[in-house]
Design a protein around this ligand. Structure first.
Ligand code: ADP
Ligand code: MG
Ligand code: MG
Length: 886
């Protein structure tokens, strides 16, 4: 037979699936010998059965009766017995804590008769009526469905009539009057009476707690927290203890350490003459536990000892709910407590220090997201004004600056020493100088993988994108925000990329000590020291190497300080912007081979210089350089702008600039409906003569230059967007030819491994063939996700991802966390078949997923050699790669 009820003495914390967190931990505390009022827990299984059928499962109520009888025998009193009633609490408690989402009813067993008995045995009429009014109120709202606000109103009116500043100033007769008015309220609202039968109260309360699992707010909470809907809640039934018995009683909450900083020592709040729900409800000002120590040193000392017992037993920070009844301490709840990122690192380090947990366990108690949070400066939101707009938190951190509406203005003001926020509808590669100059980037369109978001994260710039509350008017140099508030160019705004919020004016910042450590090695405080030790241990245990995606010597140097073991992706397109754009245009427009060669020849020394700088910053470590990837027309001016320029020149009777006409002609010729599936990647190299040769020559000459300077350059050449081995074979032939040429010319041997990105399903599926020509694979998981799902990553996040997330098609965007089932399967196939064809084939990932904790665990599991991510994610990746290896 299924068992639906467990006495506290029969359970333990291993049974949380069945008893819920609360029930399992009450059982655990009982076993530890802590003072827990006796009781029992009805299982989540009973709840599931009830919710499925609408009927109490067979045998459940008989089991409850049996356990109730045992409780009555043990306490020598019957539930609701008129002269000396046993009273019960009926408490909800799911597997995962859902704070305040479900229901609890206290003081079950009181009625018009037993309230008098309780008054007599306790010697306090006020206490008895206070308990009764609490029961009628909680039962009325939770079980009978009366709007809780109506009870609050009645209470407020009474307090006003009595000129009582708080509930303590209401006396027994006031409270008795309140009970009557509550009962009337219930009758008026529901047409039914508050049940006087204690047995009925208990039965109805249990079922109401079951039902509260499906309350709208509980569902919403689960959806947000990704908690499954089919777990159900347990119900704990427990003898009441009374914090509202007078000034020598009270209720409180405690943490075994400070959950904000992790500092050891009891930490919490206490409310004299109150039941537990009053503490969080904020009906009166609480006192600190230090004050409790003065008020009731014995109870405080017990609480202190029990906290220590719990912390040693759970080997972690615990939070506790307790009640003091006339000088006797009772423990009502405990669990491993939530904490800030700072506290997580500090506590893990201390527990390791105390020998309570191993170094490995310490590493597992923290995570990459927490570390990322510690790296960014933060706003003091207590001192912020009303939010101007909400958007996608695309690149975390907090930044303040004057709003500017184009790249040039951003650069101009930044050069003059001003801090700016670049505000655009969306960004393009043209905005790059402005993004570099700005503290933050704010866009009204696009999602987490939009241009603005990806580039901002790569540079560690704060970014909020897709802020749909904003109407950006670039021409008028202003935007309109919520409530029609207008922000003009030059007005200061504050952008919080961690939560996706924009505030007016300058919100004060709190600087990050962790960042100072990563940049300079300075260990300012114990949290930073804990971070340092954790990262060191992660480096010892991890198998995955961590590289960075970087295209400038500065980024490369920073990545190296952050612990990068090389560059996994050096994009070359950024090297074609700015002043060099003219040369790129000339190359594209060239009508003769000679003209094109001239343009390429002019680009060569510039590229060589770029590569030499990066190879120097990463001396001795591998640098994977990707050949030009984006469609060439991205380097040409905008089609519409050109057309407008020409048309307006003609309209004013003049002749349009012939260069404009030529450009427009080229743009039209090169226009593609689907540029991301068009002439880009290896395809460019195969159809634009001289392009690959120029880039490879620049790499090879940089290697020679660095070698002659005494360095150890380790360049690798990566061919993007290969779908067929033949493409790679052709590209590689040219690469090899140029490398040989340069070796020959200079007398310095240049040996660069040549490999490819795997970013098309076809490449993954034919990885065995491709490995014949590739010395390494690097998974470009952004494009691979895009091409596997058929999602345009530039559009989907605004177009339909919100709906998909809402409908649970996926829990997180596949551009953020790798889709293991689909894209992951391709990765696995490619690794296996690639390595089978070429033993020792080096494999890594260079997409955005390389810095995502969950994805990193997958990459570890499939056996990649490294992950590569933006410099600012390198410490996060080191930490998570360590955790993945445990
Ligand atoms: P939640 O999960 O919302 O915290 P709880 O089941 O913990 O709900 O109950 C709410 C409050 O009721 C707690 O703060 C606790 O102090 C109080 N409470 C619960 N059971 C008892 C009891 N047996 N005796 C006294 N107070 C209780
Ligand atoms: Mg609680
Ligand atoms: Mg790609």
């Amino acid at each position: 037979m299924v068992r639906y009820v467990y006495d506290f003495r029969d359970g333990d914390r291993g049974l949380a699936d069945l008893l819920g967190g609360k029930g399992a931990n009450l059982a655990e505390m009982t076993r530890l010998g802590l003072p827990v009022p006796p009781g029992f827990t009805v299982t989540t299984e009973a709840c599931r059965a009830f919710l499925a059928t609408g009927e109490e499962p067979e045998g459940m109520s008989a089991e409850i009766s049996r356990h109730l009888s045992a409780l009555e025998t043990a306490t020598g009193r019957l539930l609701g017995q008129p002269d000396d009633p046993l009273l019960l609490s009926v408490r909800s408690g799911a597997r995962f804590s859902m704070p305040g989402m479900m229901e609890t009813v206290l003081d079950i067993g009181l009625n018009d008769a037993s309230v008098l008995g309780l008054a007599k045995v306790s010697g306090s009429e006020r206490f008895a009526w206070d308990s009764y009014r609490r029961l009628v109120q909680m039962f009325g709202s939770t079980v009978m469905g009366v709007d809780p606000a109506l009870f609050d109103e009645a209470m407020t009116l009474l307090k006003e009539a009595r000129k009582a500043p708080d509930d303590l100033h209401l006396d027994a007769s006031d409270l008795a009057w309140l009970v009557e008015s509550y009962k009337r309220l219930i009758r008026n609202e529901t047409g039914r009476d508050f049940p006087q039968s204690p047995a009925q109260q208990l039965q109805q309360a249990v079922l109401a707690v079951f039902r509260s699992w499906n309350a709208a707010r509980a569902r919403l909470y689960r959806h947000r927290e990704h908690i499954p809907d089919d777990l159900g809640t347990a119900v704990t039934v427990q003898r009441m203890v009374f914090g509202n018995l007078g000034p020598d009683s009270g209720s409180g909450v405690a943490f075994t350490r400070d959950p904000a900083t992790g500092r050891p020592g009891l930490y919490g709040d206490y409310l004299p003459n109150a039941q537990g729900e009053d503490v969080v409800a904020g009906i009166r000002d609480t006192m600190t536990l230090a004050e409790l120590e003065r008020l009731d040193p014995r109870s405080y000392q017990r609480l202190h000892d029990h906290a220590r017992t719990l912390e040693r037993h759970y080997r972690d920070l615990c939070d506790i709910e307790f009640t003091i009844e006339r000088g006797t301490l009772w423990m009502l709840q405990t669990r491993v407590g939530k904490r800030t990122a700072e506290a997580a690192f500090a506590i893990a380090a201390e527990l390791v220090g105390e020998g309570l947990i191993t170094v490995d366990e310490g590493l597992n108690r923290v995570n990459g997201e927490g570390l990322a949070r510690l790296m960014f400066p933060r706003f003091d939101t207590d001192r912020a004004g009303d939010v101007l707009a909400h958007g996608v938190p695309a690149s975390p951190g907090a930044a303040v600056g004057a709003a500017v509406f184009d790249s040039a203005e951003a650069v101009r003001r930044a050069a003059a020493g001003e801090q700016v926020v670049l505000v655009r509808e969306e960004t393009t590669p043209d905005d790059l100088p402005g993004m570099v100059a700005a503290q933050a980037v704010l866009t009204s369109r696009g999602g987490k993988t939009s241009h603005a978001a990806v580039v901002a994260r790569g540079m560690g710039r704060v970014c909020v994108c897709g802020a749909q509350d904003l109407v950006v008017n670039t021409g008028a140099r202003r935007f309109t925000a919520r409530d029609g508030i207008v922000v003009e160019e030059g007005d200061v705004i504050s952008v919080d990329g961690s939560v996706g919020a924009v505030y007016p004016g300058k919100v004060p910042l709190i600087a990050s000590a962790t960042m100072r450590y990563l940049e300079s090695g300075e260990q300012a405080d114990s949290v930073v020291a804990a971070v340092a030790r954790t990262l060191e241990h992660a480096d010892v245990v991890r198998r995955l190497e961590v590289r960075a995606n970087a295209d400038t010597p500065e980024d490369a140097a920073r990545a190296r300080r952050f612990g990068a073991q090389g560059i996994g992706l050096c994009r070359t397109e950024h090297m074609f912007l700015g002043e060099r754009r003219k040369l790129v245009e000339e190359m594209i427009l060239a009508r003769t081979d000679a003209g094109r060669e001239q343009a390429l020849a002019a680009l060569l020394p510039l590229q060589r210089q770029d590569f030499a700088g990066i190879l120097e910053a990463m001396d001795g470590l591998p640098v994977t350089i990707r050949l030009l990837d984006p469609p060439l027309h991205e380097f040409l001016p905008d089609r519409v702008q050109l057309a407008v320029r020409i048309a307006s020149a003609e309209a004013s009777g003049g002749r349009p600039d012939p260069h404009d006409v030529e450009l427009l002609d080229a743009v039209n010729r090169m226009h593609e409906e689907n540029p991301m599936l068009g002439l880009r990647g290896v395809r460019l190299g195969l159809v634009v003569p001289g392009l690959v040769a120029m880039q490879v020559r620049a790499v090879a000459e940089a290697v020679v230059e660095r070698t002659r300077a005494g360095g150890s350059p380790r360049a690798e050449i990566m061919v993007p967007l290969v779908g067929a081995v033949e493409e790679l074979r052709l590209a590689r032939e040219e690469v090899t030819r140029v490398l040989a040429e340069v070796s020959e010319e200079t007398g310095v041997p240049v040996r660069c491994p040549v490999g490819t990105m795997i970013e098309l399903p076809r490449a993954a599926l034919t990885a065995g063939r491709i490995a014949e020509e590739a010395e390494f694979f690097s998974f470009g998981t952004n494009d691979l996700t895009q091409t596997t799902w058929g999602f345009s990553r530039d559009d989907v996040e605004a177009a339909f991802f919100p709906a998909y997330l809402d409908k649970d098609v996926f829990a997180t965007s596949p551009f953020e966390t790798l889709d293991r089932e689909g894209v992951g399967r391709l990765v696995r196939i490619a690794v296996e078949e690639g390595r089978a064809a070429r033993p020792g084939l080096q494999t890594g990932v260079c997409g955005e997923h390389g810095g995502d904790p969950e994805s990193i665990h997958f990459f570890h599991a499939v056996g990649l050699d490294y992950v590569s991510c933006s410099p600012f994610r390198v410490p996060v990746a080191r930490l998570e790669a360590g955790r993945a290896a445990l």
